[in-house]
Design a binder for this molecule. Sequence first.
Ligand code: 13P
Length: 250
Amino acid sequence: MRPKIIAGNWKMNLSEKEAIELAKGIRDQIPGIAKGKQAVIFPSSIHLAAVSRILEGSGVQVGAQNIYPSGLTAMTGETSPDQLSELGISHALVGHSERRQFLAESSDFCNRKISFLVQNGFTAVYCVGETLSEREAGKTFEILGSQIKEGLKSIHSHHFSRIWVAYEPVWAIGTGKVATPKQAQEAHAFIRKEIAGLFQNGIEIANSTPILYGGSVKPDNIKELLSEPDIDGGLVGGASQKIGSYAGLF
Ligand code: 13P
């Protein structure tokens, strides 16, 4: 059975005071209502230390929005998983569309990050998704297929217990335009089939890989999305950045 996961991506938002207040709110309100659900939040890197201290022992996990795939080295401006694990950070996002779009991150570079993360005990949350023009041109599955094949190539099957995928159609991110449960389910089922195709006996691996949906998830649409068989959780931006709406997702 795959867990239901409610992940919050705070992106480049919140002051230090706001991040600390939100983390305390999550610590005090989420565990009681999380029943059977897993909670993970991804604060900006500057707030990781403070937030992970607050959430230590709460059952809510903390992840980084980005990493550089290396141990300690001369790499100005980047963060190594080695530094993050010291803070109790267990998860990292890879390939968010904002980084693909505005920082030219390729699936190939994502592959290096995922590889490094899983070999170092982290869970990598690999984001994939098509843009509006790609969807309109009928290229959704082609794009998803190549993002999955390139991003997850040469990852050993035994490391897949530390891989989650997040389907985030770019046209649904921050736009209020949520994919219909049917559109999301169709994409998730396709992604699962692509994961299965990476290995000779890949069905079992694919069936145990959590696939989250992201893009304008809110308390009032999450239930319907999570009722689809291949949607295992949400990767939530805006609605995860206020305690009321984040708690409302559980
Ligand atoms: P929104 O929930 O604000 O649309 O953001 C989704 C997202 O990008 C999560 O990673």
